[in-house]
Design a protein around this ligand. Sequence first.
Ligand SMILES: Cc1cc2nc3c(=O)[nH]c(=O)nc-3n(C[C@H](O)[C@H](O)[C@H](O)COP(=O)(O)OP(=O)(O)OC[C@H]3O[C@@H](n4cnc5c(N)ncnc54)[C@H](O)[C@@H]3O)c2cc1C
Length: 490
Amino acid sequence: MEQRHFAVLVVGAGASGLGAAIRLAQAGVGDLAVLEKAGALGGTWRDNTYPGCACDVPSALYSYSFAPNPEWTRAFAGQAEIRAYLQDTAERFGVTGKIRYGVEVTRAQWNPREARWELATSRGPYTARILVAGTGPWHEPLIPDLPGLADFPGEVFHSARWNHGYDLTGRRIAVVGTGASAVQFVPEIVPRAGRLHLFQRTAQWVLPKPDHPVPGAERFLLRRFPALRRALRSAEYGAMETLGFGFRHPWLLRQVQKIGLAHLRLAVRDPVLRRALTPDYTLGCKRLLMSNTYYRALTRSHVDVHPTAVRSVDGTRVIGADGSSAEVDAIIFGTGFHILDMPVSSCVFDGDGRSLDDHWKGSPQAYAGTSVAGFPNLYLLLGPSLGTGHTSAFMILEAQLRHTVAAVTRTLGTEGTALTVRPEVQAAFNAEVQAALPGTVYQAGGCSSYYTDVNGRNSFSWPFSTGRLRSRVGEFREADYEISPAAGLG
Ligand SMILES: Cc1cc2nc3c(=O)[nH]c(=O)nc-3n(C[C@H](O)[C@H](O)[C@H](O)COP(=O)(O)OP(=O)(O)OC[C@H]3O[C@@H](n4cnc5c(N)ncnc54)[C@H](O)[C@@H]3O)c2cc1C
């Protein structure tokens, strides 16, 4: 009989879920499974296969500290390499056998009497004492609800679900959105497009990307001398941290903006286009972008930049809010993800049958971005209020994993125990975060971004240093939690 009850169930086999499985296994938690709805691991790096897809923090930093990779062939690795890294790491640390593919979790409900999570999945029920959600904030593509889109007769897809079967050669293409993905794929498809219309609601800050191939000799040295790997990681961490310091002291960013403006000036001679591409808010207010090819691609004669949001689609025409329009064969959305309205929050329920959504009412809140008052034995990876906008998700994740592993091993140490973060601890944590946000560029930078939720609250950003994130989030303090035996066992 297939095992259906586990000490720990991890949902999602992306960087977070795999990291959790590895760290928990290393801590001696063997009774564990990873439920993954897709047929392969990798999450973000499995789903995003658009041309030019790559990370935008240096690869030495965009990797697990416990699994350094001296083999990166570029300073900022591409999608295929990152995906292969996740696959290799999962194999090397022996967790691939823990993954159950094709299992979508549709509901998870805490049963207080049994002190366990009860899951409904596409492959039947599962139960577990502890639930770790690694379902990814950048997972569910966001396509704006445009009037007329459903009747568009041409090809439509989102960058995270790239249709490689559709040949873009010679086509008239509308690209909607100018975020991190669009900045990567637009330069790649411009040479093939017959005409490309870029609809840009907001001009972005785009800095030069210090990307380069890593020479074989450097890879050899990194392979040979672990101290060198550590030094590279520290140097990259320091560089990103300098930027982070600026994000907390926005007046300092004027100097960095000068680099962005010079980058734009060098690539774009046409003053009208340059004006359209010049941001009107402080750098860092939205996620920072880097590219050496984006601006130049937009100067090509068959590219039209429409500095406007899209209002609607009418037959084969995409219509901008400013009245401009474009006749196209295909629409590609680079419009991001459901980040603060993740689907998972509507299917995780507390002991009274209230979902995370019911608790949050549009403003996600957790303690240390990880545990949620009212939801015993639940840990969210890359949860609310931990986003930095400049550094690696792996750094945030690993701090959370230290916290989570300590909590899990404490819980499993005693039969029937449930750990629930104290509401007052969660409230104090969030009050501290919210009090510090107004001074940061995320809040003071004069933009609207996906960091802000439907209630106008920034539920995404961490306003302090990443050093503080690592110590604060990484620390598990038993006193922060109510420790209860199951009612039925107590
Ligand atoms: C194009 C792109 C580029 C990025 N670049 C960077 C970068 O340079 N630096 C950086 O720090 N971050 C970057 N990010 C953010 C990136 O998502 C994170 O760094 C990281 O990969 C997230 O990993 P995750 O495991 O938390 O989520 P994901 O990678 O999204 O994995 C979640 C997994 O959960 C599964 N899942 C979801 N719901 C269910 C369910 N109900 N049941 C079962 N399985 C489920 C999914 O199928 C998926 O495999 C990027 C994101 C995107 C989209």
